[in-house]
Design a protein around this ligand. Structure first.
Ligand SMILES: Cc1cc2nc3c(=O)[nH]c(=O)nc-3n(C[C@H](O)[C@H](O)[C@H](O)COP(=O)(O)OP(=O)(O)OC[C@H]3O[C@@H](n4cnc5c(N)ncnc54)[C@H](O)[C@@H]3O)c2cc1C
Length: 369
């Protein structure tokens, strides 16, 4: 027995699910977006650096390269049109020794291949002119990089989707779904009540929940679903006012971007994320890790003292490989992989998923139409 019908049912109201809901609602489709939490963006989408990445790091032609560069342009324009604060502060990727300096060339080439605007390599004097307190022998300057107020960005997406007729149901958890000839019958627990929704297309943007959602859909063979791993990233803040105007990143290593310094859209500073592969989800920050953070940050900001660091928060990167030895791209599974028309699952939407969210939404709509 079906209780209600819709064209598109989307699971997960993080930045990506909201952007997808907005995309379809603006195209005139009936859209229902379900989210198990009481509001949007309470998981990975509110536990990140809020950086609008320029798209430097990713292999050419990867989804990350294409959707990040496109998504960053879209995000700046969208936020300007919707009164969401962004600050295009620019970023310096700093080499603190000559071995790292050699790796900047590779990064610069990758960024240029990906069409990242205005990238350039700068030397000690130029670095000193931009950031007198920064210790570095060379750097890549990326003026296109910035930060966004991610909460207000998601609030704008939510309002936009709803203004175009989307229904967003919080405290509504996907339980399972059955494949039918004309789409899917989806069982939802909505505030304690069980509802069956019929939909033509089902879009799984459930972040860390994406794998278990796929396992609960009839006709999706378990061996088509990638494994789920988590790479935790911790943040520290500081009691000192950093003397920097730019976002400061070390040369990346081990599946993460290194312990960087970012400034939020309100001017506050935070360090992180680090990277640690975990079996159990946890958002705790280990105060003892201040030692490691201090060691890393003091390579580029020698004036920072260990006791200046204060544990802040953590996020969990969704991954489909168990460690950082492979480049892990955004992963989209449609009927060409699992054989079920009208079902699209998004896996491993880690960084730069926030930046890419509007471009991901466009890509998903193209894939399903
Ligand atoms: C430490 C860290 C730093 C990052 N820094 C940046 C950055 O600076 N810039 C950038 O661009 N990206 C960054 N990212 C990546 C970015 O945060 C993510 O790519 C993005 O938030 C993913 O959004 P999402 O909507 O896919 O997932 P999520 O935000 O996780 O949303 C998924 C939603 O699905 C819901 N859900 C799950 N299961 C169910 C179910 N059964 N029923 C109903 N709802 C369900 C969850 O409650 C959740 O709200 C970072 C990520 C991490 C972890």
């Amino acid at each position: 027995m079906v209780d209600a019908k819709t064209d598109r049912l989307i699971i997960g109201a993080g930045a990506v699910g909201l952007a997808i809901a907005r995309q379809f609602a603006m195209a005139g489709d009936q859209v229902v977006l379900i989210e198990s939490n009481t509001s949007f963006g309470m998981e990975t989408s509110s536990r990140n650096s809020e950086v609008i990445h320029a798209g430097i790091y990713y292999p050419a032609d990867s989804y990350k390269a294409q959707l990040c560069v496109k998504g960053a342009h879209m995000m700046y324009a969208y936020c300007a049109a919707h009164g969401v604060k962004t600050s295009q502060l620019g970023k310096l990727i700093v080499a603190t020794d000559h071995e790292q300096e050699a790796r900047l060339d590779t990064l610069l080439k990758a960024g240029k291949t990906n069409n990242v605007p205005d990238l350039k390599l700068i030397g000690k004097d130029q670095i000193h002119a931009l950031e007198p307190d920064l210790r570095a022998v060379a750097a890549i300057h990326s003026p296109f990089t910035g930060v966004v107020d991610s909460h207000n960005y998601m609030a704008a997406l939510e309002a936009d989707a709803e203004n175009h007729g989307a229904i967003i149901a919080y405290q509504s958890r996907f339980i399972d779904a059955e494949k039918h000839p004309d789409g899917y019958h989806v069982r939802i627990n909505s505030q304690g009540e069980e509802i069956i929704f019929a939909c033509q297309t089902l879009i799984n943007a459930a972040g860390h929940g994406a794998h278990s959602v796929s396992h609960a859909i009839s006709d999706i063979a378990a061996d088509t679903i990638p494994p789920h791993y988590m790479a935790k990233g911790q943040y520290f803040t500081t009691t000192r006012k950093p003397p920097f105007q730019h976002l400061i990143y070390p040369v990346p290593s081990g599946g993460g971007l290194g312990i960087h310094l970012t400034l939020d859209s309100g001017g506050g500073a935070r360090f992180g994320p680090d990277i640690r592969w975990v079996d159990q989800p946890s958002y705790d920050v280990d105060p003892a890790d201040a030692d490691r953070f201090h060691q890393s940050i003091s390579t580029y900001w020698p004036a920072l003292q260990r006791d200046d660091l204060v544990p802040a928060w953590a996020g969990l990167r969704p991954k489909i490989w168990p460690d950082g030895s492979y480049f892990q791209d955004f992963t989209f599974h449609d009927a060409s992989i699992h054989g079920c028309e009208g079902y699209l699952a998004l896996y491993a939407i880690d960084s730069p998923g926030l930046t890419s969210s509007l471009a991901i939404a466009e890509y998903v709509a193209e894939k399903l139409i």
